[in-house]
Design a protein around this ligand. Structure first.
Ligand code: AMP
Length: 220
């Protein structure tokens, strides 16, 4: 089992690329943004607490994000299905007489987390409690003009409240510079950081990521 963080600014393509990698390499895709949007959509008490924060483009509190990560890690280690598709595959395996209890714990790709140095430190703590460790942090590098262009492009199709207003987009990029960018330095020091150019087409970035992932997952 490998644990990999996909790092990048808003609009860098983390979500798109993480979903493609999860599909190709059968990884567990943990997106804190998606988890939080699901809480908001379901109107849970947590969702109600974070709705306004997300709409403003602020970061949600570290403790809230960590509790979501902690829950997902527990489910992953317990072998619970990640989604309907995973459950479907599990049922097929049972029908084919495979011992599903022995299935391998999937490797994890983190998308949009950690977003503060404190979250990175908290991740180390939750990992160490489970005898897990982080294997790599892959940064998708994209320049600021291209980030803004992509967020506008996504706004036209995504219906995300935080993509639809110029001031909010600017604020999310400021939050990124101030709070998330120091995470890069943190991982650079630990020797886990690999950077790739993410300024081109989705397929170009994906090709780069796939060859990196093949290397990382080789001795899984
Ligand atoms: P994303 O989908 O990753 O762009 O996240 C959308 C929004 O969810 C962010 O602007 C934050 O408000 C919130 N969010 C997602 N992940 C985190 C995180 N790791 N820490 C704090 N807030 C987060």
């Amino acid at each position: 089992m490998k644990n990999i963080v996909l790092y990048g600014a808003p609009g860098a393509g983390k979500g798109t690329q993480a979903a493609l990698l999860a599909e190709k390499f059968n990884l567990m895709h943990l997106s804190t943004g998606e988890m939080l949007r699901a809480e908001v959509a379901q109107g849970t008490s947590l969702g109600q607490r974070v709705k306004g924060i997300m709409e403003r483009g602020d970061l949600v509190g570290d403790d809230i994000v960590l509790s979501l990560i902690d829950k997902a890690l527990t489910a992953n280690l317990a072998g619970e299905p990640r989604d309907e598709w995973d459950e479907h595959r599990r049922q097929r395996a049972i029908e084919n007489g495979q011992n599903v209890a022995e299935r391998k714990v999937p490797s994890i790709i983190f998308d949009g987390f950690p977003r503060t140095v404190q979250q990175a430190q908290m991740l180390e703590f939750v990992f160490s409690r489970r005898q897990m460790r982080l294997d790599a942090v892959i940064s998708i590098d994209v320049n600021r003009d291209e980030l803004i262009r992509r967020i506008h492009e996504r706004a036209a199709i995504s219906n995300r409240a935080d993509d639809n207003d110029d001031a909010t987009i600017r604020h999310r990029l400021e939050e990124y510079e101030e709070k998330t960018h120091p995470v890069l330095e943190y991982y650079k020091v630990s020797g886990l950081l690999v950077s790739i150019d993410g300024g081109g087409e989705i397929s170009e970035t994906n090709t780069r990521l796939c060859s990196l992932m093949e290397h990382l997952l080789r001795d899984e």
